[in-house]
Design a protein around this ligand. Structure first.
Ligand SMILES: *[C@@H]1O[C@H](CO)[C@@H](O)[C@H](O)[C@H]1NC(C)=O
Ligand SMILES: *[C@@H]1O[C@H](CO)[C@@H](O)[C@H](O)[C@H]1NC(C)=O
Ligand SMILES: *[C@@H]1O[C@H](CO)[C@@H](O)[C@H](O)[C@H]1NC(C)=O
Length: 429
């Protein structure tokens, strides 16, 4: 035993050894195995050689190592022979070094399941550099200098998780990911410079999560995501998207979560929602939406959460939310709503939370005709920060299940008697 653990009090040392044995580890640095090479640190199967200003991999690494952490050093290349005896090695972290290509790790590559190369200077993905990693499941190339993804970039691998965030990718060739189609489950391409997604880009029938936040995509054509039949979530926040063509998301028949916050969308139409039959959460906060077309929700009848905060909605019409009978949360705060049709919320029979804060609602006694009738499951109603001046008896009729009602920051001058009397469950006003 020669890990820095030597300095630990005997009791703690005993406990650590015991834990090591319980975990069944053939611990590097454990009894009977070669010593932990100073100044690296050994913790069971993990050999931690991070933050040591190393410019090369230490010699005589202990044989039983499963996880090797070489991050935050100064490695610009790896001498494959210094790893070749590590037959148990499965995970290697080389984050924050000075690598310019995906390194050659020699024969052990074939057993590596996790390779993390974030924050290096890798300029491209070459198939011959990845080919040896035949067991690889997780590849993280985030924060490098990759500018394009070509059709032949990836050889056939077993990859499940691929992260290429924060690079300089401007172009993706159609089919760039095709050779990963039978295994890839998660693909993250956030913070790049992608401006368009070519047709047939993603033929990934096992992909469940796709992230394209903070790119420069302005327009999404019809059928762009065809081929992603297993996709559960798609995140495209902060792109500046202003046009979603008809059928933009067609083919995403199993998708549950769509995040389009911080874009430049102006309208919600049936056309771009076409085919999103399983959608449960739609996030559209921080766009420029001023219109919801009458039949918009025809395909999205499973929707349970709709976030429209920070948009430009001025009117909520009779037809604005037709068909959303499973909707539980509706968030319309920070718009310019000044008109709510009498039946605007009709049919929202599952709705529990309705947030209308910071709008321009200014009812007077005459226009209060029970805008909220039919919302018999509603528990929380937020009308904070509007211009409501009076509350009539009928204002909240039908809201029998309401528990929280927030009317703060209005200019209420009159409240008719019994306005709140039917709310037997009201806990907070
Ligand atoms: C890969 O792992 C197997 C099983 O642990 C082992 O027998 C083999 O030697 C390893 N291969 C290399 C090149 O280390
Ligand atoms: C990134 O790659 C470009 C060439 O594509 C090169 O000019 C630049 O120096 C590279 N940046 C870094 C940080 O390596
Ligand atoms: C959104 O559209 C407006 C007007 O067309 C434009 O001025 C603005 O730059 C756009 N914003 C983004 C993030 O693209």
């Amino acid at each position: 035993m020669s890990c820095p653990l030597r300095a630990a009090p005997a009791a703690a040392l005993g406990l650590l050894l015991l834990l090591g044995r319980l975990a069944g580890s053939s611990a590097a640095g454990g009894p009977g195995s070669p010593s932990c090479p100073a100044p690296c640190r050994c913790f069971g199967d993990l050999l931690d050689c991070s933050r040591l200003k190393l410019s090369r991999v230490p010699e005589r690494l202990p044989q039983g190592v499963v996880q090797l952490d070489l991050s935050h050093n100064r490695l610009s290349s790896i001498k494959a022979s210094s790893l070749s005896h590590l037959h148990s090695l499965r995970e290697i972290k080389l984050n924050n070094n000075e690598l310019e290509i995906i390194p050659n790790l020699g024969p052990v590559s074939a057993n590596i399941t996790l390779l993390s190369l974030t924050s290096n200077k890798i300029g491209g993905i070459l198939p011959e550099h990845l080919k040896p990693f035949q067991s690889l499941e997780t590849l993280d190339l985030s924060n490098n200098n990759i500018s394009e993804l070509k059709t032949a970039s990836f050889p056939s691998l077993q990859l499940k998780y691929l992260y290429i965030n924060s690079n300089r990718i401007t172009s993706m060739e159609p089919g760039a990911f095709d050779s990963l189609s039978s295994t890839l489950q998660v693909l993250k391409l956030n913070r790049n410079k992608i401006s368009a997604i070519p047709q047939k880009m993603f033929k990934l029938s096992h992909l469940q999560h796709l992230e394209l936040n903070r790119n420069k995509i302005k327009k999404i054509d019809g059928l762009t995501f065809q081929g992603l039949t297993a996709l559960k979530s798609l995140k495209m926040q902060r792109n500046g998207i202003n046009r979603l063509m008809d059928g933009a998301f067609w083919g995403l028949t199993n998708m549950e979560v769509l995040q389009l916050d911080h874009n430049n969308l102006t309208e919600i139409t049936k056309g771009w929602l076409y085919g999103l039959l399983m959608l449960q959460q739609l996030h559209l906060s921080q766009n420029a939406i001023s219109r919801i077309s009458p039949d918009a929700w025809e395909f999205c009848q499973k929707l349970s959460e709709l976030d429209l905060t920070f948009n430009h909605l001025a009117r909520l019409d009779d037809s604005s939310f037709v068909g959303l009978s499973l909707l539980v949360g509706l968030y319309i705060g920070n718009n310019k709503v000044n008109y709510i049709a009498d039946c605007a919320f009709r049919g929202l029979s599952s709705l529990q939370t309705l947030d209308l804060k910071n709008n321009e609602i200014s009812w007077t006694i005459e226009d209060m005709n029970g805008a909220f009738s039919g919302l018999d499951k509603l528990r929380m109603l937020v009308l904070q920060g509007n211009r409501i001046r009076s509350i009539t008896k009928k204002a909240f009729s039908g809201l029998d299940a309401l528990e929280h009602l927030d009317l703060s920051n209005n200019a209420i001058m009159s409240v008719q008697g019994n306005a709140f009397s039917q709310m037997k469950k009201l806990e907070e006003l």
